[in-house]
Design a protein. Structure first.
Lengths: 525, 325
């Protein structure tokens, strides 16, 4: 029997031509998709970095998060509670209209009032009243001294007064996506790409790229593959496992910056009987984390260098405090606690736990780079110290609600847990205020203090710092507050991750500490 | 026929209702979305305001009543993360997923049935053995690994096809599709093949088993004795009879291709609704999760109905009005 198979097996011809890409174009692969084109809808890195192309804040931050003039050309402190800003003249919105103080007023009005916004920029606008002097001059008044005025004004995008009433949908469609930034909105295809074109009228000179395409590629290996295959010119968030290989690849270059993020352990300090700590025999014991020597022992027993080298594959630095000491307001005295297992064992014995205790440590899985692996490594290191450690990595979606309110009576659930914190303002007062200051709903402090650490001295220094407008003096106070907290082992810092970008070899990368991936950070050689 | 369709639709609605209740209460056990959504620098008071604005501070039964009230007006809720209606987000991404699933299904049919027929007709032929061996690989290799290998080989090493994304989109009869241009096909080929691999293997096995059984039946022998051409025997008489189980399975598999293309969409960065679901779960975007489940359950109900109708067209012995639904 013969059957004619060839008729059934039709071949599919594939033409293999590549669409031409102009030298003026850049295609950037990012790890997470923006959720909206509304600049005030959600303060989230994947959103904020998109906004920076179209919109600008009044004050800008450079790649090291240092304050630079932006739409506001200059400013002065009139008195402790009044700042005066002078806007840049001749700035135009993408629709050709002039930028004036009225647009700033509209921005202040809209920013905290976006309907259904899960996390807007209200924090930065709250308590500031604006007063128009002339078309290009305005004053901002606050009830209390606000030393972080400039850092706050660097966070949110300025919109055109015409679009004050526009809803999130109008921004998503591009109708209201009109800013003063170096690139104009061209297209937003949810899940696939955001496209910008050059704003030839930009006040800061002609922007480098003619067309910017930003594509979310969530899967790490695919993002790397898309760079290797030439589909993308630049990728962000180079996976640590591939970093060394990409660095060695002659077709590529990489650029890294130490991030403003710290990965650390938070400790339960508000319960006498912490739910995940038991005696060696399983009996209830008094919370050993309240003993300074135990906390010091835990910190000493962590081999930070090994975590940085083996788990982060060199893409991190051992941490000593809340922010790397290149930032203002950090302490230059604090160094990462050196690994000293014998010293740690001695401290633990002195504290009255020569045989250790039973503990379950928790951490998110998939929220921070290699988070679950770091948690496991810490568990092993503490086992060597003589503790009976169980490690539980929880999916991130579940972790944060348990860590915040999962325990009895809506209290934080865990005893000792890994978390990360990034300092968006580029200085430590926000970190101290949220993580270490006493939990106080009315005062607005300690919202992320999930260990409920409380130290009067730190609180006093912090409240002195937030009233000090002189930045040099404030930096000294904040450094002291950090030193007090670290000596008391309020948290156990582990590492500061590096942010790494990779690009084709004819590119130049200016890496940013705030994790933002901006077309403005890349040029061709 | 009409009675059958009505009865089926009624049953489908019951299934949808049951799923909605299960999923609505299920996602509430996952965790509190407020802690994923808020910016870390917010104060406790601001965090509580967010919870109030999203309505997640209310007791769960109240939230359910609000949801039901919205449902009666066709409102499935607004995404916490995107701020836009959940159903809109899903429908916006649906054409991309349907297109991917459709191409994958076509691949399964066009590649799977001929290979399966061949393997069934000539079971001892070395090529037939090879086909069966490869189909085992298709079953057992994990999708994400195959996807990465496809990217490595065809995009990185050979540079023939793009690694990620969807091609330029056009419209035909109001349907958004990237299949109109050659460029669009270049983008869809790898993800569709990745998604289709398991289905191709499945179809090969079904077609082979069916063919082996049917080829020995009397009517085939009779057709041969009558002097019909081999092409007609296979193409009409055998093919038609092995199609029934294949249609059933492929109908259901199409549903699963649409609903669970999450892995492929994530790896190839395909802008479909599977990735939306994955991100919604990671961010506890409850309205999107619930809306997605409703859409998918409806889809399965409709597909089942279509499969039953197709059944009766292929096999006149099946009478819908009598079928126990």
């Amino acid at each position: 029997m013969t059957y004619r198979w060839s008729a059934l097996l039709g071949g599919v011809a594939i033409a293999c031509f590549h669409s031409t890409v102009m030298a003026q174009d850049i295609r950037i692969g990012v790890s997470a998709e923006p959720t909206s084109m509304d600049p005030h809808f959600h303060t989230l890195t994947p959103n904020n970095q998109i906004m920076r192309h179209m919109f600008e804040p009044l004050v800008s931050m450079d790649e090291k998060q240092a304050i630079k003039p932006g739409l506001a050309e200059s400013w002065k402190v009139v008195d402790d509670t009044t700042w005066e800003f002078k806007l840049r003249a001749g700035v135009k919105f993408h629709d050709g209209s002039d930028f004036t103080v009225d647009d700033v007023i509209a921005t202040f009005a809209r920013t905290p009032n976006v309907p259904k916004s899960p996390a807007g920029f209200g924090t930065y606008v709250h308590g500031k009243t604006i007063e128009k002097i002339d078309a290009l001059t305005f004053r901002v008044k606050t009830a209390n001294p606000e030393p972080l005025m400039l850092n706050h004004l660097a966070q949110f995008s300025v919109i055109s007064a015409k679009n004050q009433g526009a809803g999130t949908e109008d921004y998503n469609s591009g109708k209201a996506a009109i800013g003063t930034g170096p690139y104009r909105f061209a297209e937003f295809v949810a899940g696939d790409r955001v496209v910008f074109t050059r704003n030839d009228q930009y006040w800061g000179g002609k922007p480098y790229w003619g067309k910017v395409t930003i594509k979310p590629v969530k899967s790490d290996p695919t993002r790397v593959a898309a760079l290797l295959s030439g589909d993308l010119d630049v990728i962000e968030a180079v996976p640590t496992a591939d970093a060394q290989r990409l660095k060695a690849d002659p077709r590529l270059i990489t650029g890294s910056a130490l991030s403003n993020r710290v990965i650390y352990f938070h400790l339960d300090r508000h319960r006498e009987d912490s739910p995940f700590i038991k005696g060696r025999d399983g009996a209830a014991i008094k919370n050993p984390l309240n003993v300074l020597k135990v906390r010091q022992a835990l910190s000493k027993a962590l081999n930070r260098q090994a975590i940085v080298e083996r788990i982060m594959e060199g893409e991190a630095q051992p941490a000593a405090q809340l922010l790397p000491d290149t930032y203002e307001g950090t302490s230059s005295k604090l160094k990462p606690v050196a690994y000293d297992l014998d010293g740690a064992k001695k401290l633990l014995a002195e504290a009255g736990y020569p045989n250790g205790f039973k503990i379950t440590i928790h951490g998110p899985n998939g929220r921070y780079t290699n988070d679950a692996k770091i948690l496991e490594a810490a568990g092993q290191m503490w086992s060597r110290l003589g503790l009976d450690v169980a490690v539980e990595a929880v999916p991130a979606a579940n972790f944060f609600s348990r860590a915040s309110t999962g325990g009895a009576g809506g209290m934080p659930e865990f005893s000792l847990f890994l978390v990360g914190w990034s300092a968006g303002t580029g200085e430590p007062s926000g970190s101290i205020n949220s993580l270490i200051a006493t939990f106080d709903k009315k005062a607005g402090t300690g919202a992320a203090n999930r260990g409920r650490y409380s130290n009067k001295k730190v609180d006093d220094l912090l409240s002195a710092a937030v009233r000090t407008v002189d930045s040099a003096k404030r930096a000294v106070i904040l450094a002291e507050a950090t030193e007090v907290a670290m000596e008391d082992v309020a948290i156990i810092p582990i590492q500061y991750p590096l942010n790494t970008w990779a690009a084709k070899k004819d590119f130049v990368i200016v890496p940013r500490s705030d994790e933002y991936t901006l077309a403005m950070s890349f040029t061709r050689k | 026929m009409l009675a059958f369709i009505l009865r089926r639709t009624g049953q489908g609605l019951l299934v949808v209702a049951a799923m909605v209740v299960l999923v609505f209460f299920g996602v509430h056990v996952l965790g509190d979305p407020v802690w994923i959504l808020v910016s870390p620098e917010m104060t406790q008071t601001q965090i509580e305001e967010v919870a109030r604005a999203l309505g997640v501070d209310r007791p769960i039964h109240e939230q359910f009543l609000i949801f039901l009230k919205g449902l009666t007006q066709g409102d499935l809720g607004r995404s916490f993360v995107h701020g836009s209606p959940a159903i809109g987000l899903i429908l916006e991404r649906m054409p991309a997923t349907l297109e991917l699933a459709f191409v994958a299904l076509m691949m399964a049919i066009v590649i799977g049935i001929p290979l399966g027929l061949f393997a069934g007709l000539k079971p001892d032929h070395p090529l037939a053995r090879a086909i069966m061996a490869v189909s085992i690989l298709g079953f057992s290799l994990p999708t994400f690994w195959v996807g990465l290998m496809l990217i490595m080989v065809f995009a990185v090493m050979l540079g023939w096809l793009p690694a990620t994304g969807r091609g330029p989109v056009g419209h035909i009869f109001g349907i958004e599709t990237s299949l109109l241009s050659l460029e669009g096909w270049r983008f869809i080929l790898l993800p569709a093949l990745n998604l289709a691999l398991l289905k191709i293997s499945l179809v090969i096995r079904l077609a082979r088993a069916g063919t082996r059984e049917v080829a020995l039946l009397d009517y085939v022998k009779f057709a041969r004795a009558k002097g019909l051409s081999p092409g007609r025997i296979v193409g009409v008489h055998i093919l038609k009879n092995i199609l029934i189980p294949i249609i059933t399975v492929l109908g259901l598999e199409f549903g699963s291709l649409v609903a669970f293309s999450i892995v492929t969409e994530t790896i190839f960065s395909w802008p479909g609704m599977g990735r939306l679901l994955l991100e919604a779960i990671q961010r506890l975007d409850r309205p999107v999760i619930v809306a997605y489940v409703i859409v998918v359950v409806c889809l399965f109900v409709v597909i089942n109905l279509i499969v039953d109708i197709l059944y009766s067209l292929v096999d006149p012995r099946v009478r819908l009005s009598e079928a126990k639904a």
